[in-house]
Design a protein around this ligand. Structure first.
Ligand code: F6P
Length: 375
């Protein structure tokens, strides 16, 4: 009798709500539907490099659907092609040897673009890999959605709602800084859902004069509070990213943060209202996943298990136009899906008078009347 499939699973890069829901879905469906054995590697690719893993039974993944974080642990510096504990040595051959020793038939790698890049290279070396797209940033190429995004947006919206009431009481300008280094999906979706007046994202370099103008106009017709949502990677026209930290061994060494405070200081000199900034940071990545993310994680996880059983390797599960499909890892590796100018959510934001801090894109209020675009 042929032996059952032996499948590894790991979570790589930054964590996000829904990782446990994917681990549960992959493991349960591999066991129930495909009679497979599942091995969980600890701390992302570090587990493969340092030979740390544990078998996952059906019972091991029961009761984790709603839990934030990842029961396997994750790591944002673990890279078999550049092992940070050995001065960037390439230990990929040892990783493949370990996989062979374990009799691994396939590896399910749950992660973002960094994880997919590593997964792609390991696939090219002969390891059978299936990817599952994770990130609160929703910026993976090839899929309309990543799990974790919906939860992060809900967290930001709750913060905006709360800041709205205190902004109104004190007639203040409230700046909310979200995550999103190179893509502004979180700021865009949360800004629209939270009724922000201004949304500043990396894709559209903003003009400080335009932001000042919006606040002054609001002040002039009696709405002396303004809600501004700014992604951490937003830049003023011709400006630079606000870098908080550089983590050399990380696949993307830049850690951003502080752009909201920078904007606050610029605005303070030019508007009457008081200005305050809230940086949401890692709060956006923590806690229990939303119902949408639990469902997406479950669908992605079970689909990834089916891909393993079908031998559909070198591909990542994806959501495209509301259908679950898969895309080649090489299409995803090392790329970022940015907010396009013609995104329906951008059009919707503009159509309700939200500003992106860019004069050519703005609809403007004149007095108390809204007019069509004036440039
Ligand atoms: O990619 C996910 C993300 O949360 C980004 O939005 C953020 O810039 C970055 O990770 C933060 O990374 P770290 O957890 O290493 O601080």
């Amino acid at each position: 009798m042929s032996r059952s499939l032996r499948v590894g699973v790991l979570t790589g890069g930054g964590d996000c709500p829904g990782l446990n829901a994917v681990i549960r879905a992959v493991t349960k469906s591999l066991i129930l539907e495909h009679n497979a054995e599942v091995l969980g590697f600890e701390d992302g690719f570090l587990g493969l490099i340092e030979r740390r893993m544990r078998p996952l039974s059906y019972g091991d993944v029961s009761g984790i659907l709603t839990r934030g974080g990842t029961i396997l642990g994750t790591h944002n510096k673990a890279n078999p092609f550049s092992y940070y504990k050995r001065g960037g040595a390439d230990v990929s051959a040892q990783v493949l040897k370990y996989a062979e020793t374990l009799g691994l038939d396939a590896l399910v790698a749950i992660g973002g673009d960094g994880t997919m890049s590593i997964a792609h290279r390991l696939q090219q070396m002969g390891l059978n890999v299936v990817g599952v797209p994770k990130t609160i940033d929703n910026d993976l190429v090839g899929t309309d959605r990543t799990f974790g995004f919906d939860t992060a947006v809900s967290i930001v919206v709750e913060a905006i709602d709360r800041l709205h009431t205190t902004a109104q009481s004190h007639q203040r300008v409230m700046i909310v800084e979200t995550m999103g280094r190179y893509a502004g999906w979180i700021a865009l979706y949360a800004g629209v859902a939270g009724g922000a007046d201004v949304i500043l994202i990396p894709e559209f370099e903003y003009e400080i004069d335009e932001v000042v103008q919006i606040i002054r106009e609001r002040e002039s017709y009696g709405r002396s509070f303004t809600i501004i949502v700014i992604a951490e990677g937003a830049k003023p026209r011709g400006g630079e990213l606000v870098v908080r930290d550089v983590i050399e061994e990380s696949p993307d060494p830049l850690r951003l943060g502080g752009v909201g405070r920078q904007l606050e200081l610029q605005l303070r000199e030019r508007v009457k209202s008081e200005v305050r900034t809230t940086i949401l940071g890692h709060v956006q990545r923590g806690g229990t996943p939303s119902a949408y993310d639990r469902n997406l994680a479950t669908v992605f996880g079970t689909y990834a298990a089916a891909m393993v059983a079908d031998g559909s390797f070198g591909r990542m599960a994806a959501l495209q136009e509301n259908r679950i499909t898969s895309v080649p890892l090489e299409l995803v590796a090392g790329k970022t899906r940015k907010v396009p100018r013609d995104a329906p959510m951008v059009a919707a934001a503009l159509a309700v008078g939200t500003s992106f801090g860019v004069r050519e894109l703005s609809h403007r209020f004149v007095g108390t009347e809204e007019t069509a675009a004036i440039s």
